[in-house]
Ligand binder design. Structure first.
Ligand SMILES: Cc1ncc(COP(=O)(O)O)c(C=O)c1O
Length: 349
């Protein structure tokens, strides 16, 4: 029996239609700009985000890196959220490869940064200080339980960045989840961004890939940086083909993941020893506190009963719904959670 894998939406398997599209994909050398399938995916992505151009990259981490390298020079500073993926999980790549100082502004529970705090963190023109070259936001916010920023939030942060001459970048790994939750076109959320990235390999279920969208000249520079970090991928149409299927057929179904996550959160919130406000769950990520035992013990008990979850930070457990998780899986995960929290289950099922 395969486990109910709630660790992440990155564990999703490609759909049968994706596998067929990948098999049949027309390909060429994408470093020469000659892969028709990549070109088509990039054009579709740019159109969805309301931008002039797009470039296909290997991962969300690479996407953020090449955008940072495009906006920042060595010795510059980038302002990022204190709980952001760029800060926590990207091996300080922009510092390591770009010589960029990463400075944090607190993320609140919604993943928002206070525009006044961003304003206060902006460097004045001063030969002693680094230049603030980029402000980056994350939408949806992974460590803030998939919280969503709306276009007003984003506009307020972009306004501060642009007024100070800094670029504004959106790590939109799950921007389609945000758009579905808000019932807004993704282009509306992307509007003030100089660059926006989104991942194909998360809730959209592709095996590989992310896309960076932005203005034509900016994307030309992103493309050069992609080459520099070894991201020129030749017959990449094989994987881009799955991305086209994803944009055409996988966005609409994200609501199902959100509904499953909300139901999961409502069920978990009723159990003893769990801290969770289910009304905060907007998309597909459910992070909750475990009060009466170490979160690791909790995860082990789940695993022994065929449910996998992840451990985002001390005292917390994360469960993510996705294409591979059905309503029945949610029921089963809740049954297991109930048995564990009510002390009935420390063996395996
Ligand atoms: C918000 C966010 N940005 C970027 C990434 C990085 O994506 P990848 O795993 O494709 O490098 C992730 C991955 O989970 C993410 O959640």
């Amino acid at each position: 029996m395969s486990p109910i894998d709630l660790r992440s939406d990155t564990v999703t398997q490609p759909t049968p239609e994706m596998r067929r599209a990948m098999y049949e994909a027309e390909v060429g050398d994408d470093v020469y700009g000659e892969d028709p399938t990549v070109n088509r995916l990039e054009a579709m992505a740019a159109q969805r985000m309301g931008k002039e151009a797009a470039v296909f990259v290997a991962s969300g981490t690479m996407a953020n890196l090449v955008c940072g390298l495009t906006h920042c020079q060595r010795g510059d500073e980038a302002l990022i959220g204190s709980r952001s993926h760029i800060l926590m999980y990207e091996v300080a790549s922009l510092a390591a490869f770009g010589g960029v100082q990463l400075r944090t502004v607190p993320n609140d529970e919604r993943g928002m940064m206070d525009p006044d705090q961003v304003e206060a963190a902006m460097r004045p023109k001063d030969d002693h200080q680094p230049r603030t070259a980029m402000v980056a936001v994350e939408n949806t916010h992974n460590r803030c339980s998939g919280a969503v920023l709306d276009s007003e939030d984003i506009g307020a942060l972009a306004e501060v960045a642009h007024r100070h001459g800094a670029a504004f970048h959106i790590d939109g790994a799950r921007i389609f989840n945000a758009a579905v939750a808000l019932d807004a076109p993704p282009a509306e959320l992307a509007r003030p961004a100089d660059t926006i990235t989104f991942c194909l390999s998360k809730g959209l279920s592709c095996p590989v890939g992310s896309v960076v969208c932005g203005g034509k000249e900016t994307i030309a520079r992103v493309r050069r940086n992609r080459k520099m970090v070894g991201g020129g991928m030749r017959q990449a149409g094989i994987i881009a083909a799955a991305g086209i299927v994803a944009l055409e057929s996988m966005v609409g179904r994200l609501k199902e993941d959100h509904d499953n996550a909300k139901r999961l959160a409502q069920g978990l919130a009723r159990l003893p020893g769990i801290t969770l406000d289910p009304t905060r769950i907007q998309t597909n990520i459910v992070i909750f506190g475990v009060n009466d035992r170490p979160a690791e013990t909790f995860l082990e008990a789940f695993k022994a009963r065929g449910v996998l979850a992840s451990f985002p930070e001390r005292g917390k457990v994360r469960m993510v719904t996705h294409y591979g998780i059905t309503g029945q899986d949610v029921d089963e995960a809740l049954n297991v959670a109930e048995a564990i929290t009510r002390g009935r289950a420390y063996g395996s099922r």
